[in-house]
Design a protein around this ligand. Structure first.
Ligand SMILES: Nc1ncnc2c1ncn2[C@@H]1O[C@H](COP(=O)(O)OP(=O)(O)OP(=O)(O)O)[C@@H](O)[C@H]1O
Ligand SMILES: [Mg+2]
Length: 313
């Protein structure tokens, strides 16, 4: 549905994005994750035809974003980073105008406006002047204008920025629901948001792609197979635990620290995919009391920090 090939864009002599390539199949919800200044908004502006790429190509539904920007915009709902709303208009008439501009048939306009207003929790605000709404409510109007013409593709630049926790949750649910029938690209630097709503995550840093995977795989495969960590709480002698556990085949390293009440927190690093069963058996056979055992998986946050703070090679 979206094809991006070697996209590069400079501002003056500084690259905002460099040689980005990815494709998004129909129906996928893709998260675009990166720190401030990574190039997320720049990429989204190019995809929506609002900014010309320096080099490289991008197509949406088969239409080139430069050569057929009108066709592209008709198929896309775009929530920009700062929403250019008509502040003097009322919510419902603004949405109706956006429908007209995007060629929605007159007979469908009322229903489309109602459904966008409903979906974005604006039912009791439909006759208010946009300029008098709070920031979060304006963000909802921005989201409503992105979906009002029922586009196939949604490009949402930080859709939950400025929303309160309840509305953040509702917006995530809305995105998940929309994701069943739409292709969605959303940007965020909030990791739980991406893991909650996206099928796939692209991590971008300094304008370059540094990772492309499912949220679960990213958390699992950090740093090119560093292996897993298993944390146990054992009872027995600390020194003995350290020497016996180190000797278990497959264990790369062991860190033992006091965990109170004469028990020990034991963190085992291993290059094996999952040796929980073996470890449990081995420590019990060695005569230690096993109180807890769990695999530590890295959160997306760990992955993100790892991938974006590494010095370039
Ligand atoms: N209009 C502009 N003129 C000059 N430089 C720009 C312009 N817009 C963006 N940049 C630069 O391009 C780079 C990428 O910016 P971009 O807005 O795409 O980042 P972002 O990932 O969206 O960041 P954020 O999380 O802060 O929204 C930054 O270094 C930024 O300073
Ligand atoms: Mg941005």
């Amino acid at each position: 549905m979206i094809e991006v090939q070697g996209l590069t864009r400079f501002y003056a002599d500084r690259p905002a994005i460099q040689d980005l390539s990815f494709s998004v199949p129909r129906g996928q919800v893709l998260g675009f994750l990166g720190p401030n200044g990574a190039g997320k908004s720049t990429t989204m502006r190019i995809l929506t035809g609002y900014l010309a790429p320096g080099s490289g190509t991008a197509t949406v539904a088969g239409f080139d974003v430069v050569d057929h920007s009108l066709e592209v915009r008709r198929r896309i709902g775009y929530l920009p980073e700062t929403t250019p709303l008509y502040k003097e208009m009322r919510v419902a008439s603004f949405l109706d105008m956006m429908c007209r501009l995007r060629g929605v048939a007159a007979s469908r306009r009322r229903a489309r406006v109602d459904s966008a207003i409903e979906a974005c929790g604006l039912a009791d605000r439909r006759h208010e002047v946009i300029g008098r709404l709070s920031r979060g409510l304006r963000q909802r109007v921005g989201l409503a204008q992105a979906i009002v013409h029922d586009p196939e593709v949604l490009i949402l630049d930080e859709p939950t920025a400025g929303l309160d926790p309840a509305q953040t949750r509702e917006t995530r649910e809305l995105i998940t629901a929309l994701g069943r029938e739409h292709t969605i690209v959303l940007s965020s630097h909030i990791l739980p948001e991406v893991s909650a709503t996206c099928d796939r995550v692209l991590i971008i840093n300094h304008g370059r792609l540094v990772a492309d995977d499912t949220p679960a795989n990213l958390a699992r495969n950090i740093g090119g197979g560093q292996g897993a960590e298993i944390e146990m709480v054992l009872q027995g002698s600390g020194a003995e635990i350290e020497s016996r556990v180190s000797a278990i085949p497959g264990v790369d390293s062991v860190a033992v620290s006091p965990a109170g009440d004469g028990s020990w927190r034991v963190v085992v690093k291993t290059s094996k995919a999952d040796m929980r069963d073996e470890l449990a058996r081995a420590v019990v056979e060695a005569g230690f009391g096993l109180r807890e055992l769990q695999a530590r998986t890295l959160s997306l946050e760990d992955v993100f920090v790892h991938l974006t703070t590494e010095e370039p090679a």
